[in-house]
Design a protein around this ligand. Structure first.
Ligand code: CTP
Length: 401
C-alpha cells in the first residue's frame, strides 16, 4: 500500500459529512500514514477538534496562530510536509474559493501553497452539486490537477435523495493510495533545476580544440529523472550525440565561458543545480582566427583559467540545492571533500577512474555520495539508477517541515 510512511494532510470543511472525515483519518492511520488535520471554523461545528486530534494522533490546525501562546501555524510548512492534501468533505463554498484563489482561512492558504497532489471529496445537497457553477468550479480545479473523488448517489442530509453524498472513507483511502502511487515520482513538482552535462570544447583555431572524454550520459540521465519527477529542468549541454530527454529544455553551448554565461543567466529563480559537466579548467589564452600552421620543432599553447561555474553558483547559493561531481584517479575521498567545501556543494557525487565501469562513456557508474554528514558508497549500477539516487537526494533536501 502506498500509504505506509506517507504524510497525509486531511482538510475538513463544514458539512454534515464531517463525521466521515473521522473515519477517513482512522483508515489512513491504520494504513501506516502520518496524519495531520486542518479544519475550517465551520467544520468545528460538525465534528470536534478533540475527536480529530485523537484519531490523527496529532493536534489539529484551524487558525493561523494559537491565540493562547501566539504559536504560528505555517501553511507553507504544512503544505511542504504533506505528500498528499485531501479535503474531505469539501463543501461547495470551499471548492468555489479554491477555484478562485480565495485565501481567507488556514485550509485555503495551505491549498494555495501546497506542492503535493491535492484531492477533494465534495459533499453537498444534490441541487448544489448539479448547479452549473459548482460544475464549473470542479472543472477548473481538475484543470489544475486537483483529483476529484465524485460524490455518491443516495440519501442526503436534507432528506432528499440524489448525487452529493461524500464518497465512503474506505473508498477515498483507496483513491489517495492510487494517487500517491501515480504521483510517487512527481516529488519535485514546481521545482526548477539547472543541470550541466557533457564536455566543453575550447578552440585553439578554427580547426582544433581541447576537450575531454565526457559523453554527457550521466547528466542527461539526471535531467531526465528530475523532469520525470515533475521538475522544470534546463539542461545546459556541451557537445554530445545524445537526444534531448523528454520534458527537458536544452541549451547547447561549446566553451566553458559559454556554459558559465548560460548557467549564470538562469541560476536566479532556480531551486537547485546539478553540475555534471566536465568543464575545461583551462582554455587557450589566444584563439587563432586562422589555421595554425606547423613549423619545425615543438610548439606550446598558453592556457588561461576558465571560470569555475559550480563555485560561482555556490558563492550565491543561499538555501538552494547544489550538487557537484568529482571524477578522481587518486586521493578520491579527500579530493571530493575539498570540492564540497570549496564550491559549497550540498552533495558531491564521487566516481573514481580506478573503479571498473565507472566514469566516462559507459552506461554504468559506481559512485560515493559525499556530504557534510558523511559518505555512502553504492555498488556499480546503471547511470539511470545513479540518477534516481541523486533525484531522491533532491527530494529529501526539499522535504523539510
Ligand atoms: N566545475 C564547474 N566549472 C569548472 C570546473 C568544474 O562547474 N570550471 C564543476 C564540475 O561540473 C563538477 C565539479 O565542478 O561538478 C568538479 O570539477 P573538477 O574540475 O573535477 O574540480 P576542481 O575543483 O576544478 O578540481 P581539479 O580539477 O583540481 O580536480
Amino acid at each position: 500500500m502506498a500509504l505506509k510512511g506517507k504524510n497525509i494532510l486531511v482538510g475538513v470543511t463544514g458539512s454534515i459529512a464531517a463525521y466521515k472525515a473521522a473515519i477517513l483519518v482512522r483508515c489512513l492511520v491504520k494504513e501506516g500514514a502520518s496524519v495531520r488535520v486542518v479544519m475550517t471554523a465551520a467544520a468545528k461545528e460538525f465534528i470536534t477538534p478533540l475527536t480529530m486530534a485523537t484519531l490523527a494522533k496529532n493536534p489539529i490546525y484551524v487558525e493561523f496562530f494559537n491565540p493562547e501562546n501566539g504559536d504560528w501555524h505555517s501553511h507553507v510548512s504544512l503544505g511542504e510536509w504533506a505528500d498528499c492534501f485531501v479535503i474531505a468533505p469539501a463543501t461547495a463554498n470551499t471548492l468555489a474559493k479554491m477555484a478562485y484563489g480565495i485565501a481567507d482561512n488556514l485550509l485555503l492558504t495551505t491549498y494555495l501553497s501546497a506542492r503535493c497532489p491535492v484531492m477533494v471529496a465534495p459533499a453537498m445537497d444534490l441541487d448544489m452539486y448539479s448547479h452549473p457553477t459548482t460544475g464549473e468550479n470542479l472543472a477548473k480545479l481538475a484543470s489544475v490537477g486537483v483529483a476529484i473523488v465524485e460524490p455518491e448517489e443516495g440519501e442526503l442530509a436534507s432528506g432528499l435523495s440524489g448525487k452529493g453524498r461524500m464518497a465512503e472513507p474506505e473508498y477515498i483511502t483507496e483513491q489517495i493510495s492510487k494517487l500517491l502511487d501515480g504521483a510517487e515520482k512527481k516529488t519535485l513538482n514546481g521545482r526548477r533545476f539547472i543541470v550541466t552535462a557533457g564536455a566543453t570544447i575550447e578552440p585553439i583555431d578554427p580547426v582544433r580544440y581541447i576537450t575531454n572524454h565526457s559523453t554527457g550520459k550521466m547528466g542527461y540521465a539526471i535531467a531526465e529523472e528530475l523532469a520525470s519527477r515533475g521538475a522544470e529542468v534546463t539542461l545546459i549541454s556541451g557537445r554530445t550525440a545524445l537526444p534531448t530527454p523528454k520534458g527537458v529544455e536544452r541549451v547547447d553551448v561549446l566553451s566553458a565561458e559559454e556554459m558559465y554565461e548560460a548557467v549564470k543567466a538562469r541560476w536566479e529563480g532556480c531551486d537547485g543545480g546539478v553540475m555534471c559537466a566536465a568543464v575545461a579548467d583551462y582554455t587557450p589564452a589566444e584563439v587563432s582566427p586562422v589555421k595554425v600552421k606547423k613549423s619545425e620543432g615543438d610548439m606550446a599553447i598558453r592556457l588561461r583559467r576558465t571560470p569555475d561555474i559550480a563555485a560561482s553558483l555556490g558563492a550565491v547559493k543561499g538555501d538552494r540545492l547544489l550538487i557537484g561531481f568529482a571524477l578522481e584517479t587518486d586521493h578520491e575521498e579527500e579530493n571530493a571533500q575539498g570540492k564540497l567545501e570549496r564550491k559549497n556543494f550540498d552533495l558531491v557525487v564521487l566516481n573514481s577512474l580506478r573503479d571498473k565501469g565507472a566514469g566516462f562513456g559507459g552506461d554504468t557508474n559506481k559512485v560515493t555520495f559525499v556530504t557534510r554528514d558523511g559518505m555512502e558508497s553504492f555498488p556499480l549500477e546503471q547511470k539511470s539508477d545513479v540518477a534516481r539516487r541523486i533525484a531522491a537526494f533532491a527530494d529529501s533536501f526539499f522535504k523539510k517541515f
